[in-house]
Ligand binder design. Structure first.
Ligand SMILES: [Zn+2]
Length: 84
């Protein structure tokens, strides 16, 4: 009976080790970690001034059929003026 428990335990340890070996590889495959802030919120680039802002704080507007995100209303206005 103890042998069976030991085998199960070894199986778990082996499984955990394999999981630990696989996960870092998946993280390395993540191509755009810079586009995520610390809490995992998506970051978007303001096309007017080039600042990156969390999508939740961005001012969004549909200009020329494309969705754009701005750091402020000022940038939004200036971008709209330049792309009429
Ligand atoms: Zn801006």
């Amino acid at each position: 009976m103890i042998k069976i428990l030991m085998l199960i335990l070894l199986g778990f340890v082996g499984y955990a080790m394999i999981q630990g070996m696989i996960r870092p590889k998946e993280k390395r495959g993540d191509k755009m970690p810079r586009n995520r802030s610390r809490d995992g919120e998506q970051m978007v680039e303001d096309p007017q001034c080039g600042t990156f802002i969390p999508i939740g704080d961005a001012k969004s507007a549909n200009i020329g059929g494309q969705q754009h995100h701005f750091c402020s209303k000022k940038c939004l206005k200036e971008y709209k003026k330049a792309h009429k």
